[in-house]
Design a protein around this ligand. Structure first.
Ligand SMILES: Nc1ncnc2c1ncn2[C@@H]1O[C@H](COP(=O)(O)OP(=O)(O)OP(=O)(O)O)[C@@H](O)[C@H]1O
Ligand SMILES: [Mg+2]
Length: 251
């Protein structure tokens, strides 16, 4: 299980995280939601070792991960995607995925990869474009490649930062199916950040809601959308979040 508690992180005077927390077990899809600037990406950066927190704990199966580099954390079993895609444009799709697997030690002799490269290409709909340079791919296809790369590291926990951003309805439906398949077939835990709350409510077993760097609510989607604190953030006078529809759909 991934267990994150009491995380603080400031950038100069900005308290991006002030008591952030999250949990995700294997076989579970957890949603991390909240308005723009709530601290969601910052929390993912802390969990994956790209940022060092000022305080708090990140544990995977009870083991403290603080102080480890992003590469060491990836090798411990936490993989992520980025809100702004990071790909090797001149490498082919297949090479991009191979590099990720190599860096996480997945292709070392004696360590069986969790998923074979060809299975990953198939699962993410990339088989036909495996030998094209990644820089030539349309945006949606790059998103699939980024997820395939994260899965190639053999994670126990997969962190997806806005995977549905820029996807059309059909692609979002396919994303839902793929995440469910990953959870059920490989038994990993998935943490999904997204502003598409219909997608979030449909795909997640449990939600964690952040506002201004803090965890303000957690529970099943039905419970969370009945919570007055959450409703305040989404439809209250300040209305800091960017959609109202989720509250109407969620309850
Ligand atoms: N490297 C940084 N330097 C300074 N401030 C930062 C940095 N990264 C994030 N912040 C600030 O921290 C706060 C949280 O940002 P973060 O990107 O984590 O929010 P978010 O919940 O992911 O928002 P969004 O939904 O828009 O992606 C914001 O006020 C942001 O401006
Ligand atoms: Mg973000």
């Amino acid at each position: 299980m991934l267990s994150v508690s009491a995380i603080n992180k400031s950038f100069g005077g900005v308290h991006a995280l002030a008591g952030a927390a999250l949990e995700c077990s294997r076989g579970e899809v957890v949603g991390l939601i909240g308005p723009n600037g709530a601290g969601k990406s910052t929390l993912v950066n802390v969990i994956s070792g790209f940022l060092v927190p000022d305080a708090g704990q990140v544990r995977l199966e009870g083991v403290l991960l603080q102080g480890r580099s992003p590469q060491q954390i990836s090798a411990s079993g936490i993989a992520r995607t980025f809100q702004n895609l990071r790909i090797f444009r001149d490498l082919t799709v297949r090479q991009n995925i191979e590099v990720a697997a190599l860096r996480a030690g997945q292709l070392h002799p004696g360590r069986a990869p969790v998923m074979r490269l060809d299975d990953l290409l198939e699962m993410f709909g990339l088989a036909d474009r495996a030998d094209e340079p990644a820089g030539d791919l349309p945006y949606g296809t790059r998103r699939w490649m980024e997820m395939a790369r994260a899965m190639a590291t053999g994670p126990r926990i997969l962190l997806l930062d806005e995977p549905a951003a820029g996807l059309n309805d059909e692609e979002t439906e396919r994303l839902h199916q793929v995440i469910t398949l990953l959870r059920d077939k490989s038994g990993i835990g998935v943490v999904v950040i997204d502003h598409d709350l219909t997608f979030i409510n449909n795909v997640c077993n449990r939600l964690f809601v952040m506002d201004q760097g803090r965890l303000i609510a957690s529970g099943t989607p039905a419970d969370v959308w009945r919570d007055p604190t959450v409703i305040e953030v989404y439809v209250g006078p300040g209305n800091r979040a960017d959609t109202k529809s989720a509250v109407e759909q969620g309850g």
